[in-house]
Design a protein around this ligand. Sequence first.
Ligand code: ZN
Length: 223
Amino acid sequence: MAELAFFSGTMDCGKSTLALQMHHNHEARGRDGVLFTRNDRAGAARLSSRLGLSVDAHEVADTTDFWAEVVARRTRGRAVDYLICDEAQFYTAEQVDQLAAVVDELDVDVFAFGITTDFRTRLFPGSARLVELADRVEVLQVRALCWCGARATHNARTVGGVMVVEGEQVVVGDVEADADTVGYEVLCRRHHRHRLTAVSARAASPSPQTLGLLADDAPAARA
Ligand SMILES: [Zn+2]
């Protein structure tokens, strides 16, 4: 029985690494898979992990039809046993419906990987539909950490290290951004609510030993 599984988490929690590991494990057992991604940090049509691994993948566009993709391959005589779908938060709700149909009607396992919520703590459309439809949702066990050491559960968008809360839902960036470009930082909920990034916290308290204590009472925290 094929399944639709959604592996979710914050940025920087090892999703793409697990996607590549999953692909390797199934391939090693003689199964044939197809890899998809969207807006990967390595550029179009690559599925890359922060640990340095990277493989070719098919770039998903708004026009991609997963049902048609699988049927076309099988029509050409190619086996399709499973799909690896990375950056699934960027897929449309309709595309997630197609993935569910691929599982149920074509008996293809679909392993989707994605960030649950955006920088405003709102569900991405693709992730929302996956939570609604998946046979199982797994929150990844590799825990990303906030600068304070607490478990990071939220994604902050930053410009020059300072958290911003306005803007389009999708702006491609990474956790290693330059000073003036859009970047992302994972934070605990408390520091996401207080808009206190690592840069803001350092500015509020130059002494690392008292960083945790002072940062929460700093004026910046109430901005
Ligand atoms: Zn924190």
